[in-house]
Design a protein around this ligand. Sequence first.
Ligand SMILES: Cc1cc2nc3c(=O)[nH]c(=O)nc-3n(C[C@H](O)[C@H](O)[C@H](O)COP(=O)(O)O)c2cc1C
Length: 86
Amino acid sequence: MGPPQWSDLGMFMQSVMLLAREYGLDTCPQEAWSVWYRTVSEFLQVPPELMLFSGMALGFRDEDAPINRLRTDRADLVEFATLRGF
Ligand SMILES: Cc1cc2nc3c(=O)[nH]c(=O)nc-3n(C[C@H](O)[C@H](O)[C@H](O)COP(=O)(O)O)c2cc1C
């Protein structure tokens, strides 16, 4: 439908990720796959009318893997939002 619907896709992905947590599964969205859309599409035999937007790893995290102990910083709300009337 146009550029605004890219955000809908992001929200849809987040819904899938939240549902996965409810089922005890972990996820990691990976848009980097779209750089290799030709290779991925060929391997998965994706029809030409479909676009590769993002991949998403789905499974059970390895608690012992150091990368899975990484905790990224979160910006404070006021750093990315302007609140008016509150
Ligand atoms: C739609 C989407 C696509 C992403 N694609 C990538 C990616 O291709 N490569 C990457 O390193 N991180 C990517 N990220 C970020 C990671 O999935 C993840 O959010 C990041 O490792 C930080 O983890 P955190 O969200 O727990 O802070 C993406 C995030 C989103 C929401």
